[in-house]
Design a protein around this ligand. Sequence first.
Ligand SMILES: CC(C)(COP(=O)(O)OP(=O)(O)OC[C@H]1O[C@@H](n2cnc3c(N)ncnc32)[C@H](O)[C@@H]1OP(=O)(O)O)[C@@H](O)C(=O)NCCC(=O)NCCS
Length: 171
Amino acid sequence: MSEQDKIEVRPIKLKDIDDILSVDGEIRAVGNVITYRNLTTEYILFAGHGKPPQRSPASYMRSLTGDVAPLLNFSFVAEVNGQVCGFILGQVARLREGVTEIGIIQMIGVHPDYQRKGIGSKLIRALADKYRSEGIKVIRIGVDHRDKSLLGLVEHVGFGVDRLVVYSMIV
Ligand SMILES: CC(C)(COP(=O)(O)OP(=O)(O)OC[C@H]1O[C@@H](n2cnc3c(N)ncnc32)[C@H](O)[C@@H]1OP(=O)(O)O)[C@@H](O)C(=O)NCCC(=O)NCCS
């Protein structure tokens, strides 16, 4: 990627789904996914929307069922010269603690060949602007403390550690 290459961040469209799953695959092929190791983009996209195709799908898009609007309302892709190379999937959550609605970052990914070019930051800022325009004032992301790239990114764009600590137990 050169200085002249143009990064464009825009709202996701249904037709981008195959591209973002392909970017997801490239990221996972590098093998250092930490925070999202057990949470795949495929799972987020298809939860409640049918079954992902089993083998070398020609198109994931055609396999999605039901109302996918809530899935797409708070999600963006980044393109470099018209090629999708990053994405962010957001969702609004309603919680009882203090604030009623918060904006969640469910997943973010930038193709390994395009990392450290400011794309992840642009994706988060686009989502933050969208949440702000909808009156949502707090954004939350869960990050595995060993995930240096995601930690570096969220701290870079201005996130701080919340007072809420998440405990988990395998049952
Ligand atoms: C985390 C991730 C989204 C960052 O995207 P990015 O486009 O490279 O981020 P940016 O270029 O906007 O980085 C902004 C800042 O974040 C910090 N940062 C980003 N990557 C970092 C890393 N690997 N180590 C430390 N800090 C990092 C830096 O402060 C950076 O600024 P700098 O490049 O001027 O030093 C990207 O590394 C990624 O996709 N990782 C895999 C995430 C994943 O597992 N997704 C699920 C599978 S799809």
